[in-house]
Design a protein around this ligand. Structure first.
Ligand code: PMP
Ligand code: GLN
Length: 383
């Protein structure tokens, strides 16, 4: 393995899920739902599979899916031409990697917010670029915010792009319009490309709003907006994602994408198109139910003795292990499956500063209530 990829041999999700299987543990580690997506979507996929629709789809994605994606983005006030400004990818993961491969190279710097989703560091490394990590700061209400001073300080003449994820995995924070407006201003001032990972765009709680950076002044042409069907329609295994941006940036991403997977998920693409057009009420029910699950798990964790941090979106809540007498969440995470039969992910695996983040565990609440309750029951026996 080449040196630049040596830090990335095993993903924490694969390791934790393997541990869960070995110890028959309740898996609140890897974020995937344990119920299915809308029936109409599944039915559409079945019809494609049995209707002979099993060969390569067009390179940029099936036209009905690109049209549905463009229509969906109109909810944010942004218009994209489905023929030139939308590209279907193998999940958000390929979209992010292809974007970085297409737009950055050795000598370029990419600003990444920590904690960051694990594939970001690997994707920057694959492109040969350097990541410049900035952190989050705590606002008065316990909400984590972008550290805008650190962002300003991280910009150098070599900065090419900023990679932003909101709603944010793993913390569950959602960046505000005011903060994103300042990000937008800095991107315009310094001529940066923004890559926005919006896979949890529909999973914002308590009446909060998801603000796509691309919808802010001056940003549409310089933002590669990325999302995927996995979290919106409970189909993380389908790996149908997409990119919306200017024709120029989409063409660049496509140049890289076509030699990574070429195309993928042909028979699933019409089903995702169907879901984007017809199942947003189902998604609203999903959002409501996930908000209840967030409350259920947060209350249970607090009851078990954790100091639970507020989550405003995504599948995840984080909790400080110190009130239980532990000082190292990573150590606890490795022991947890065997000790009580629960899997969680230590937040510091998503950072370049493991000591600063060593007290937090991330728990996924995208599970059936009985699974959440069983995990809480087991965690109560921890001390
Ligand atoms: N970004 C974030 C923040 C994620 O949590 C995930 C995991 N689902 C992804 C990207 C990957 O999305 P996909 O499965 O569509 O590749
Ligand atoms: N996005 C999911 C998480 O954060 C996992 C995706 C994966 O396993 N790569 O848990």
């Amino acid at each position: 393995l080449v040196p630049r990829l040596r830090p990335f041999t095993a993903t924490v999700f694969a390791e934790m899920t393997a541990l869960a299987v070995r110890h028959d543990a309740v898996n609140l580690g890897q974020g995937f739902p344990d119920t299915d997506g809308p029936a109409g979507m599944l039915e559409t996929a079945k019809n494609s599979l049995f209707g002979g629709d099993n060969q390569y789809p067009p390179g940029p994605g099936r036209p009905e899916l690109r049209a549905a994606i463009a229509r969906h983005r109109q909810r944010y006030g942004t218009d994209y031409d489905p023929d030139t400004e939308v590209l279907v990818t193998a999940g958000a993961t390929e979209a992010i990697t292809a974007t970085l491969l297409a737009l950055t190279e050795a000598g370029d710097e990419v600003i990444v917010v920590e904690p960051y989703y694990d594939s970001y560091a690997a994707a920057v490394a694959m492109a040969g670029a350097q990541r410049r990590v900035i952190g989050l700061t705590e606002a008065g209400d316990g909400r984590l915010e972008l550290d805008l001073d650190a962002f300003r300080a991280a910009i150098t003449p070599r900065t090419r792009a900023v990679l932003l994820n909101s709603p944010h995995n793993p913390t569950g924070t959602v960046f505000s319009r005011a903060q994103l407006s300042e990000v937008a201003r800095l991107c315009v001032e310094h001529d940066l490309v923004a890559v926005t990972d919006e896979v949890y765009e529909h999973l914002v709680f308590d009446g909060g709003e998801h603000v796509p950076l691309a919808s802010l002044p001056g940003m549409r042409e310089r933002t590669v907006a990325i999302s995927s069907a996995g979290k919106t329609f409970n189909c993380t295994g389908w790996k149908i994602g997409w990119v919306c941006s200017s024709a120029e940036l989409v063409a660049a991403v496509k140049a890289a994408k076509q030699f990574i997977t070429f195309v993928s998920g042909g028979p699933l693409q019409p089903a995702v198109a169907y879901a984007l057009e017809n199942e947003l009420d189902w998604v609203e029910d999903l959002r409501t139910s996930l908000q209840e699950k967030r409350d259920r798990l947060s209350a249970g964790l607090a009851d078990a003795g954790f100091a639970v941090r507020p989550s405003f979106g995504t599948y995840f809540v984080t909790a400080d292990v110190r009130p239980l007498g532990f000082s190292d969440a990573a150590e606890l995470a490795w022991a947890l499956p065997e000790r009580v039969g629960v899997v969680a992910v230590p937040v510091n695996v998503f950072t370049d500063h493991p000591d600063e983040w060593k007290h937090l565990l991330r728990f996924a609440f995208c599970k059936r209530n009985e699974v959440i309750d069983e995990a809480v029951e087991r965690l109560r026996k921890l001390v």
